[in-house]
Ligand binder design. Structure first.
Ligand SMILES: [Zn+2]
Length: 457
């Protein structure tokens, strides 16, 4: 007897490149049968008129901050509510705690709302080593930090992330030295560029060069926030040409015309408004005492000096260029979800439903199957998750069932807690984790370590 039978599913077949119809039988956490399934099941779900997708894989988000938030899942609960079943934290060079302690915390809490993977964050380690934002790191210290990253990888991290914009002192040579020390074949490297808007061309060329020299799987992070200020066409041309030469290169992008980072960040240094052709009024603060306040010059300066960790949202990107980054033949969808003190950018709660509602259904800038491919198949392949990201017999039963006629994000810049609509079920490892927006079981997710990944190959 099957555990769950999903009847009349419309699901993506990436090999054929089309949406197919059939039943999906699940047993012991795996997809056992697809097609006309006549076996009985403990539970039957009708998917008439719905799409059954592999659970979304968010290749770029930021991990739970258990140190500041207490031991409460915030981001990964939002992930589950928007159909994500596996996510990769520790991006942009930022890491709150060591992989080992994060892994331990998840197991002590009896699982997580979604499957979690983590990168080692280079900037965090560099800061811990005593380096200032604008200082160049001495060679001996680069070796020491690299050893720490190796240790994190041995503890289960999938690779390393860098945030060049956050610590402008990190040089091209420094990055190459670190990557040369990491002699593992298959690790994943993600990078938040050195500069956005007017600096985007140089920043993208630098990343393309690092990818080429390091020969590692290399991901340009959240392209929209780098180049959607008038540079997207050029950026995509550079990247697409480079991917033909170096298939280990790719990028991710999120579907919003505003980015978010802490107000104290170097991103907001002198000259940023001239670069973006925007002003103080385009910056929204997200926490008390200035929650939902747009800045003027005085507030901007005050918030930066008195509350540098407060997340701010910068409405500085062009919608048309957001679409171009989403519909390009290469690239993946990722949330870049980050929450601080319960506040932040709605992308943490709405990214995937927003792409399916706004860009697939409404503007039609991308087809359903291509959007799903960028949310499931591509990130799974990239991360070596060989049993996830596709609906195939023998694959993990991580599934998201949604209504393509109504799916849409709910979270806004004023209130990120509004859940998306149109997500009917999320199955994690073959069990129901979410039904009609309600959490049924919020501890089905596990920490996937790079070691565990070996079991997948
Ligand atoms: Zn970033």
């Amino acid at each position: 007897m099957l555990d769950i039978l999903i009847k009349s599913a419309q699901y993506p077949d990436y090999e054929k490149g089309e949406m197919l119809n059939g039943d999906i039988g699940i047993k012991d956490g795996k997809i056992l049968k697809i097609g006309k399934v006549t076996e009985s099941a403990k539970q039957v779900i009708s998917a008439e008129g719905k799409v059954v997708s592999p659970g979304f894989i968010d290749i770029h988000m930021h991990e739970e901050d258990f140190i500041n938030e207490g031991e409460r899942y915030v981001i990964s609960e939002m992930m589950l509510k928007m159909g994500v079943t596996t996510c990769l934290g520790g991006n942009c060079g930022l890491q709150h705690q060591s992989v080992r302690s994060f892994k331990k915390t998840i197991s002590r809490l009896g699982g997580a709302p979604v499957n979690y993977m983590l990168l080692a964050g280079y900037n965090s380690m560099r800061t811990q080593a005593g380096m200032g934002r604008y200082e160049e790191t001495p060679e001996i210290l680069v070796s020491e930090i690299s050893k720490k990253i190796k240790k994190e990888i041995e503890d289960g991290a999938f690779g390393v992330s860098f945030g060049l914009e956050y610590d402008p002192g990190i040089t091209f040579d420094e990055v190459i030295k670190v990557l040369n020390e990491l002699t593992y074949d298959d690790i994943f490297v993600s990078m938040h560029y050195r500069e956005d808007s007017a600096g985007s061309s140089d920043a993208i060329r630098e990343m393309i060069e690092i990818a080429k020299v390091s020969k590692k799987k290399f991901q340009i992070s959240h392209l929209s926030s780098c180049s959607a200020m008038g540079q997207m066409k050029d950026a995509l041309k550079e990247i697409n040409d480079a991917i033909v030469e170096n298939p280990k290169l790719d990028y991710d992008t999120y579907p919003y015309n505003a980015f978010s980072t802490s107000i104290g960040s170097a991103v907001f240094n002198e000259g940023c408004f001239e670069r973006w052709n925007k002003s103080y009024e385009d910056i929204l603060l997200t926490d008390e005492p200035y929650k939902n306040c747009f800045c003027d010059k005085e507030l901007f300066v005050k918030a930066r000096s008195e509350h540098p960790q407060m997340l701010a949202v910068a409405f500085v990107m062009n919608e048309e260029e957001i679409s171009e980054a989403i519909s390009n033949p290469y690239g993946m969808i990722a949330s870049d979800g980050i929450i601080n003190n319960g506040n932040g950018h709605p992308r943490a709660a709405g990214t995937f439903p927003r792409v399916l509602g706004r860009y697939v259904r409404e503007t039609k800038c991308i087809s359903m199957i291509n959007a799903l491919r960028k949310m499931t198949f591509e990130p799974a392949k990239r991360l070596g998750l060989n049993q996830k990201g596709q609906i195939q017999e023998g694959f993990d039963a991580d599934l998201t069932i949604f209504d393509p006629k109504i799916i849409m994000d709910g979270a806004t810049f004023e209130d990120i807690t509004v859940a998306p609509i149109g997500i009917n079920f999320v199955l994690l490892n073959g069990s129901i984790a979410l039904k009609d927006g309600k959490l049924i079981n919020d501890r089905l997710g596990q920490f996937i370590s790079s070691e565990l990944k070996k079991n997948y190959t």
